[in-house]
Design a protein around this ligand. Structure first.
Ligand code: IMP
Ligand code: MG
Length: 184
């Protein structure tokens, strides 16, 4: 059996720290949308945001609808390709809806910049962005983030939904992946 020390350089945020921060975000979102007329269309960006998504939405006190999207701008390596494809689109019509995109991490900004523009062009009433993590040191395109869990350094982060080549998503904490794992 491999232990945590075999692949994690250090733990960034524990399960308890994540839980506390997510509760704060949900409270803020519920307050900001308290007068909403139609249910908030919460769009989880799969697969990375799945844990964050469920933890955020279960604590919202406003009416919500669930939807999900899969985008690819990233391949199995730790480098972004810069091009965004929607592999699975949302099921709801975005026209006239208030949309909250829920993402795991904003790195270059390419994915979120593309999706915000895309939903606005399809007639969404509003598009806001909620991300668990922000890695501002790697930004290529400026994106406005409405809700952010934590800022992280320029390191490869895994756990709580985030992967490296599909591994480590089920770790309950957020940790920095050892360079020796992805520099192989
Ligand atoms: P962006 O389009 O460059 O902002 O890339 C965002 C996507 O890259 C995220 O949704 C993640 O899937 C992936 N990504 C960026 N940095 C990391 C990381 O440190 N760990 C895991 N995935 C990452
Ligand atoms: Mg992602």
């Amino acid at each position: 059996m491999k232990t945590k020390e075999d692949f994690i350089e250090r733990v960034l945020y524990t399960e308890e720290e994540i839980d506390k921060r997510v509760k704060e975000l949900s409270k803020q979102i519920s307050e900001d949308y308290k007068d909403i007329k139609k249910p908030l269309l919460t769009v989880g960006i799969l697969n990375g945001a799945v844990m964050f998504y469920t933890d955020v939405v279960r604590r919202l006190t406003i009416p919500v609808h669930f939807d999900f999207l899969i985008a690819s701008s990233y391949d199995a390596s730790a480098q972004t390709s810069g091009k965004v494809n929607i592999l699975k689109n949302i099921d709801n019509d975005p026209k006239g809806r208030d949309i909250l995109l829920i993402e795991d991490i904003i790195d270059s900004g390419t994915t979120m910049d593309y999706l915000v523009t895309y939903f606005k062009s399809r007639g969404a009433a509003s598009v806001k962005l909620c991300t668990l993590l922000n890695k501002p040191s790697r930004r290529k395109i400026d994106v406005e983030i409405d809700y952010c869990g934590f800022e992280v350094p320029d390191e490869f982060v895994v756990g709580y939904g985030l992967d490296f080549a599909q591994h480590y998503r089920n770790l309950p904490y957020l940790g920095i992946l050892k360079r020796s794992i992805y520099a192989k």
